[in-house]
Ligand binder design. Structure first.
Ligand code: PLP
Length: 421
């Protein structure tokens, strides 16, 4: 049987069979050094002409893709290899007002905190886990500072696979707790995320485990791209097409996944042009955006409350840069203050409590809105990538828990007056 897909190196263009387990392009990987983003990330390419749904046009094709649960565009053979948990298929909400003011443009929120382990990362873990199942590999390893690890742990628990998560010593408590509750083997590593990353790769070589590391395993992007299919499928029901999609960016894998989904749809003729993808980073961790222009890559040490996008060396820098340049993407940074405010505005107005990294994308939208860059009637989608319950500490500066009230009506009355309720 012909390969369902092949791998293509984004740097040298070499192609490799989809039957093998592949990570980075072996030739390009030889040039990689410790203080630069890795070269040789592979892109999964399907035989687009061989996919029967190209004969349909436009919406029909997309509906057809969803009737078949996207299997034609996933790097697994069978749907039943994927977890039974509901991964993806998250809600897209239309928001008409913010702070009681009607919005002159259309705002849609894609709420990916509704995934099984409460972050977008489940989309990638599900595909990696499904592929491992088909290859009869029982153990999957990942280096992670949080969401990727807790996601892999949860997905593997549901698939009867063993997850091994290597974390830097300093990883945050909520995410560590998830990893352990899901029964994964947790290996705290003395050192940084990069040290854990390198160790996990050595362990992969030595013990034959499968590796889920971001921008190392090319299948993670195939999971992440499904969000673009869903956004188009959902927004079309309201007869609109997105003009802009706001995406929070750390390593640049989610944004590349969003673009890959759009590019697949372009190749299949489902869409004729891409929306503008807006990359949003934290001011204190802008290593991807800052290095898009210019030739040399300079690292500025990261410092932001948005831990999931706090990244010194963006692992998928080159692919994200290629996509942004090819499809005229836009980008901006927002301050930690803007992120905290956005988080509060989002929660109060919509009932969606997002973690700071996710609120960063919403802060990007607010920044555009306040600068008159959201045209009248334009369709703007914000990708909310993780739940606020994963990081309670960061938002403490914008909340205040009041002192307890004596249980009598006078005390209550005084309290109500003091709070202007
Ligand atoms: C991982 C993550 C991101 C950023 O994704 P990258 O691929 O690193 O750019 C954003 N938000 C949340 C909640 C995440 O877990």
């Amino acid at each position: 049987m012909a390969d369902k897909f092949i791998y293509k190196c984004i740097d040298c263009g070499k192609e490799y069979s989809g039957k093998e387990i592949m990570y980075l392009c072996p030739d390009c990987a030889l040039q990689n050094t410790a203080n630069m983003p890795p070269k040789g990330v592979l892109k999964v390419i399907y035989d687009y002409n061989g996919i029967p749904l190209v004969r349909h046009n436009g919406g029909t094709t997309l509906n057809h893709l969803f009737e078949k649960k996207q299997i034609d565009l996933l790097p697994v053979e069978k749907l039943k290899s994927l977890p039974k948990l509901r991964v993806g298929n998250t809600p897209l909400y239309r928001i008409k007002k913010l702070n009681s003011k009607k919005l002159p443009f259309r705002l849609f929120l894609k709420d990916d905190s509704q995934n099984p382990t409460f972050s977008f990362k489940d989309r990638a873990s599900a595909v990696v886990s499904g592929f491992a199942k088909e290859k009869k590999i029982k153990t999957i390893v990942a280096a992670s500072t949080g969401n990727a690890g807790s996601s892999l742990a949860g997905i593997c628990a549901s698939q009867n696979q063993k997850a091994i998560i290597m974390v830097p010593e300093s990883a945050p408590l909520a995410k560590l707790t998830q990893i352990i509750m899901y029964g994964a083997a947790i290996i705290p590593v003395k050192g940084t995320y990069d040290d854990a990353f390198d160790l996990s790769i050595k362990a992969t070589e030595k013990y034959g485990w499968y590796n889920r590391n971001t921008a190392f395993n090319p299948l993670t992007i195939e999971g992440k791209k499904t969000v673009s299919f869903e956004i188009y499928h959902q927004i079309r029901r309201s007869k609109h097409l997105p003009d802009r999609i706001f995406v929070p960016v750390g390593d640049g894998v989610i944004i590349s996944g969003v673009y890959k989904g759009l590019e697949d749809m372009l190749k299949l003729g489902i869409i004729n042009e891409l929306p503008t993808v807006v990359a949003v980073q934290a001011e204190g961790s802008n290593n991807l955006i800052r290095n898009i222009t210019g030739n040399a890559f300079n690292i500025k040490p990261s410092n932001t409350i948005a831990d999931s996008i706090s990244v010194d060396i963006p692992r998928n820098f080159y692919m994200a840069k290629q996509f942004i340049e090819k499809y005229n993407g836009e980008y901006l940074t927002v301050s930690d203050n803007e992120i905290l405010n956005a988080s509060k505005i989002l929660s109060e107005n919509t009932g969606i409590f997002a973690e700071p990294a996710a609120a960063t994308a919403f802060a990007g939208l607010l920044n555009y809105m306040n600068n008159g860059k959201t045209e009248k009637k334009s369709n703007n989608v914000v990708l909310l990538t993780g739940s606020g319950l994963k990081d309670l500490k960061s938002v403490q500066p914008v909340i205040e828990i009041p002192d307890a009230v004596k249980p009598d009506i006078n005390s209550l009355e005084n309290f109500l007056n003091s709070q202007k309720l």
